[in-house]
Write a protein that binds this ligand. Structure first.
Ligand SMILES: C[S@@+](CC[C@H](N)C(=O)[O-])C[C@H]1O[C@@H](n2cnc3c(N)ncnc32)[C@H](O)[C@@H]1O
Length: 395
């Protein structure tokens, strides 16, 4: 590894073969493992990248071997990983049909208990050029715990909140890795930070230790550190070790760190919150009736729908920035009412002819712990939309 790169107490990169370097890690010390092992699919296929035909080969480490070799390889690292996990620890392994069935067999043979098989649905897959198959748009991620008997760590409520208050399902719609994640250099199979964000949040708490035996560009470690978890990564390729440390170095700058964190936790699918400033009298009425409203038309009466509205699941009411309360919408979406109809219900709608009316249960406010700056755009009736994660205080 290049000597000039700094080291970090919460971000350790071990260069070398994971079969050897895993043995150096203390047994029963790791809370969760994410592994993105070779899929063994680099056999000369083609795909499209930025409109150009490209070879899908990732590197020598990804070239296929005999079925026996692939089985032995997976069994060996999975056995080593198991000894490193705490008794309530879990492991996540990504793959496609090329490797995932062998991984599943090894997990079962080694005494792990499989918890879920997550389908990661890429929202932006490249086209299939051969037109002889359905387009490949998913990867699978097996989630398993160390033992059959010992319960595992799972932040169920956090996942539910991230999913707008509904149980999170095993289909995750997340875009592939984006250019903002490749500022320090590229890895051919880099995973998106958004995927690791969800995995790490689901299975660990602040201060926990996350291990990745096929660390690549260190995505798992960057997500772990952004979430206040410690990281140990193993990677055989020196250039990728350097790339990981360069990525880690950028987190030393507070602004970059915050920017990455915000990007990582926002997804195009995320539930949004409508922040609605209400006058005292309207607010009282809203709490009586379970309705709230915002201006929905401009002076010509056309509907004004802002980006994120389609994912609206919550609203935050406040009065001049004070007494904010968060509510889940009783029904997704909104109805359009005239100002007159609102006035009949005792509201003081007077700026526009039409209003978007939303229903909520005033008796069930949702606790949240992230301070939101509600004093911005204080006197406007045009609501702001913010992601739900801004409210739920995930660090
Ligand atoms: C699929 S990539 C992981 C990419 C990573 N998830 C990321 O976001 O950058 C697999 C990585 O494992 C490394 N690798 C393959 N076999 C290895 C081994 N036996 N020990 C350590 N690293 C290995 C490869 O060099 C490659 O960088």
């Amino acid at each position: 590894m290049t000597n000039t790169l700094p080291t970090y107490p919460d971000f350790t990169i071990l260069q070398g073969d994971c079969m050897e370097r895993l043995t150096e890690i203390e047994d029963n010390s790791v809370d969760t493992i994410f592994a993105d092992p070779p899929y063994f699919l680099s056999n000369g296929g083609i795909s499209v990248h930025s409109g150009k035909q490209v070879c899908v080969d990732k590197g020598d480490w990804d070239k296929g071997g005999t079925p026996e070799y692939i089985y032995e390889f997976n069994r060996q690292w999975l056995a080593l990983c198991r000894t490193k996990l705490r008794d309530n620890g879990t492991i996540w392994i990504s793959g496609t049909h090329h490797n995932i069935h062998v991984v599943m067999r090894c997990l079962q043979e080694l005494g792990y208990k499989v918890l879920n098989t997550i389908t990661w649905q890429k929202t932006d897959p490249p086209p299939n050029l051969s037109c002889r198959y359905f387009n490949f748009s998913t990867e699978l991620i097996i989630w398993a715990r160390k033992t059959v008997k010992k319960p595992h760590k799972f932040n169920y409520e956090t996942m539910k909140l991230l999913n707008g208050g509904q149980q999170m399902t095993d289909v995750w719609r997340i875009p592939a890795v984006s250019s903002w994640e490749k500022q320090q250099g590229k890895h051919p199979t880099q995973k998106p930070l958004r995927l690791l964000y969800r995995i790490i949040l689901a299975a660990t708490n602040e201060g926990d230790t996350v291990l990745d035996p096929f660390s690549g560009s260190g995505t798992t470690g960057i997500a772990a550190n952004l979430l206040g978890r410690k990281y140990i990564g193993i990677e055989q390729d020196e250039q990728f070790c350097d790339l990981s440390l360069r990525r880690r170095q950028t987190l030393e700058d507070d602004k970059t760190r915050q920017k990455l964190f915000d990007k990582m936790r926002s997804t195009p699918e995320e539930t949004t919150v409508l922040i609605n400033h209400m006058r005292d009298t309207d607010r009282e009425n809203a709490m009586k009736t379970g309705f709230t409203y915002m201006r929905a038309g401009d002076s010509k009466g056309s509907l004004l729908v802002k980006e994120g509205f389609e994912r609206l699941g919550y609203l935050c009411l406040h009065t001049n920035g004070d007494n904010p309360e968060l509510f889940k919408l009783a029904k997704k979406g909104f109805q359009i009412w005239t100002a007159e109809a609102l006035r009949e219900k005792g509201f003081s709608a007077e700026n526009a002819p039409y209003y978007a009316v939303m229903r909520f249960d005033p008796l069930k406010s949702v606790p949240y712990d992230q301070p939101i700056d509600l004093h911005k755009r204080l006197y406007t009736q045009v609501a702001r939309i913010q992601p739900l994660s801004d409210f739920i205080g995930l660090k």
